[in-house]
Design a protein around this ligand. Structure first.
Ligand code: SAM
Length: 212
């Protein structure tokens, strides 16, 4: 599925109205699709900063986000992303895709409707070959059988050597898929999130990837 062209109405950034509308939209989608959304409220600013502070922004040309939802990370990624870089945001939920298309007007952003399992195709459609970073908010523990493992394998193939897969989750469930695929997997906890959240980083080492 490709991106959906919609009229862009650019929200006023940071206003209380926009904040409440994002939470309202997020909660309505959780009620409709609890397994797909996996959380009642969007991520906290502390979680967003903790993850995005790990990124080497100067060398980033292609950044992919799985499950942008109402754009909690998306806006902050765009604030840090170099002017000539691309952000590919992929979400399975058409209402979130339409919301993001209408709310964020930025030529660096490509919003794609579909599954993270098709990340390689989405990157090629955006005119690139591989990503420097892939960030995921997908609830791996509630995905249908086999889907999580498939997404992780496609993610590894879509990352450039030396690239990193950054994941935020309420459990360590996803690590079972990462360990056989990536050269290193590390984990920490961000306590200032409701509920506290695991931050997992899986990397393709530069040297080993080139030798393979
Ligand atoms: C916990 S929400 C994260 C929302 C937002 N990034 C945040 O931090 O608040 C999970 C998101 O993953 C999306 N999602 C679930 N399965 C997906 C899949 N297979 N491919 C892409 N997005 C998916 C949902 O539609 C939802 O937007």
């Amino acid at each position: 599925m490709a991106s959906i062209p919609l009229k862009k109405t650019k929200a006023k950034a940071g206003g209380a109205g926009s904040f409440l509308s994002q939470w309202g939209m997020f909660f309505r989608q959780f009620v409709k699709h609890p397994g797909m959304i996996g959380s009642v409220i969007p991520s906290s600013p502390m979680l967003v900063n903790r993850i995005l502070d790990q990124v080497d922004w100067r060398s980033t040309r292609v950044f992919v986000e799985y499950g942008p939802g109402v754009g909690t990370f998306t806006r902050q990624i765009l604030d840090r992303l170099p002017a000539d870089a691309t952000l590919i945001a992929i979400d399975l939920n058409l209402d979130f895709v339409a919301y993001l298309e209408a709310q964020i007007d930025d030529p660096r952003l490509r919003v794609m409707h579909g599954s993270a399992a098709d990340v390689g195709r989405f990157i090629r459609e955006a005119g690139h070959y591989q990503a420097d970073y892939i960030l995921s908010g997908i609830p791996f523990s509630t995905l249908p059988e086999g889907v999580g493992a498939h997404i992780c394998a496609e993610t590894r193939a879509a990352l450039r050597p030396g690239g990193a897969f950054l994941i935020y989750q309420y459990s360590s469930f996803v690590r079972r898929f990462l360990t056989p695929l990536f050269d290193s997997v590390s984990e920490e906890t961000e306590w200032r999130n409701i509920p506290p959240c695991r931050v997992i980083r899986a990397t393709r080492e530069l040297q080993m990837a080139q030798a393979a």
